[in-house]
Ligand binder design. Structure first.
Ligand SMILES: NC(=O)c1ccc[n+]([C@@H]2O[C@H](COP(=O)([O-])OP(=O)(O)OC[C@H]3O[C@@H](n4cnc5c(N)ncnc54)[C@H](O)[C@@H]3O)[C@@H](O)[C@H]2O)c1
Length: 398
């Protein structure tokens, strides 16, 4: 059947085909959906969610409906993809609202989800559980929280929540599969896609050596770059050194870099004050959550900047008064989630994270976890079951 023009992508490709591709590629979710269709853990239950609505979350939400859930969903601020909304609605999911960048509108959508008094919440950033506590209703069994920031917000409220809330980000699987391997790969992929320049022999400086920085540094090294790490914590800096990376001082690391990647979670890691140190033709890339790791405003306002040009899709060039060119990718936003045709993290890494989500929600629905599991990491048996299933399904088990 022909789909509406508004949902047709570049070259006439249908975004719904990509969602089908993602769903077909999620082997864990596919197997869980087939199992849930038999076991029906969510029969009679409503699951409310406020999560990014994009192809991979479509695969997750439809796994839950396969288990009998009535799913009521809204997106996150600014990330909702119209094709994902249309696809979900076409598959019986109630989606509240549309893409919005207005926090007040987003807040209304979240309240509309809660007005349906879901039995389970699949939360992202603590938005739903925090609003639930402001206006509780009877019957909430508990749910899941996807992120670190949500855990930090909800942890002090654990006593008030007094029901299971399992934090997906605190699973070791999520840490190494997504934060390390998938972020590393997708940042490298984004750099290559946006710049179309080779990495071989290039000097790359990575700021931050947490899980994400470790993956980014390793992926650029595997792509034959010479990688240096700048890390404020001396113990983590030692780790980077023992992992074989150069750990020069900050100024030296900036002076030698052809490419600078920030992935720290901190603000103003690279600023206009650093322009004097940078080489001609350097490329600045941010992979951290906030678009403030590279202080774009202070660079643009520097007296050293003579002009600023949108050079190519996803690339802005600052020309300095002495002729040097400083390139910035995706305006300093997370490079793997912005710019031309952003794909985000690999399907397999999200398949793993969303398998954890599905199994955790199943545990809450079946009451195999209780109030003592208020804002705690994924229970170890679930981590083990998901790891074993992945190794079996992706054909990597002996
Ligand atoms: N791009 C993505 O898809 C993606 C995915 C997951 C997380 N993230 C984001 O990436 C960032 C890093 O995540 P993480 O899990 O590695 O965090 P982390 O806290 O484990 O590691 C951050 C590291 O940066 C170091 N650091 C802090 N300020 C610094 C500075 N000014 N200079 C040098 N080092 C500094 C810290 O000491 C720490 O070792 C966060 O903002 C996170 O939200 C991005």
């Amino acid at each position: 059947m022909a789909r509406p023009d508004a949902l047709t992508g570049p070259g006439g490709a249908d975004p719904a085909d990509r969602i089908d591709w993602v769903r077909d590629s999620c082997r864990l979710l596919g197997a869980i959906a087939a199992e849930f269709a038999q076991t029906r853990p969510f029969d009679g239950l409503t699951i409310g969610t406020g999560i990014h609505l994009e192809p991979k979350t479509v695969a997750l939400l439809l796994t839950l409906t396969a288990g009998g859930a009535t799913v009521v969903a809204t997106g996150n601020l600014s990330s909702t993809q119209p094709a994902a909304v249309a696809y979900l609605r076409g598959h019986g999911v109630e989606v509240i609202g549309e893409r919005t960048t207005d926090p007040a509108e987003h807040d209304r959508y979240l309240h509309q989800v809660l007005a349906r008094q879901p039995d389970l919440l699949l939360d992202n950033g603590g938005d739903l559980f925090a609003r639930y506590l402001a206006a509780p209703y009877a019957g909430l069994l508990g749910g899941t929280e996807e992120t670190t920031s949500g855990r930090m917000r909800l942890r002090p409220l654990a006593g008030q929540l007094a029901r299971p809330v399992l934090v997906i980000n605190d699973s070791p699987i999520k840490q190494f599969a997504e934060n390390e391997h998938a972020v590393g790969q997708s940042v490298l992929e984004s750099y290559l896609r946006i710049t179309n320049r080779m990495t071989n022999g290039r000097q790359v400086t990575v700021f931050g050596y947490g899980a994400c920085g470790q993956g980014v540094a390793a992926c650029f090294r595997n792509a034959y770059a010479q990688v240096a790490v700048v890390e404020v914590d001396p113990v983590t800096r030692l780790r980077a050194s023992l992992d074989g990376f150069a750990v020069p001082g900050r100024a030296e690391a900036l002076r030698r870099a052809d490419v600078v990647v920030t992935v720290t979670g901190a603000e103003s890691v690279v600023t206009g004050d650093d322009l004097g140190l940078l080489r001609d033709d350097v490329i600045l890339v941010n992979a951290g959550h906030f678009p403030r790791e590279i202080a774009v405003g202070s660079i643009a306002a520097s007296a050293l900047v003579a002009s600023q040009t949108a050079t190519a899709d996803g690339i802005t060039t600052f020309r300095l008064t002495d002729g040097r060119r400083i390139h910035l990718l995706t305006d300093g936003h997370m490079v793997n989630l912005s710019g031309p045709r952003p794909l985000g993290n690999s399907i397999e890494s999200m398949d793993l994270g969303f398998a954890l989500q599905s199994r955790c929600l199943e545990a809450v629905a079946r009451r195999t976890v209780g109030p003592e599991h208020a804002v705690v990491p994924v229970p170890r048996p679930i981590d083990e079951a998901v790891a074993t299933a992945y190794l079996g399904l992706y054909g990597q088990s002996g």
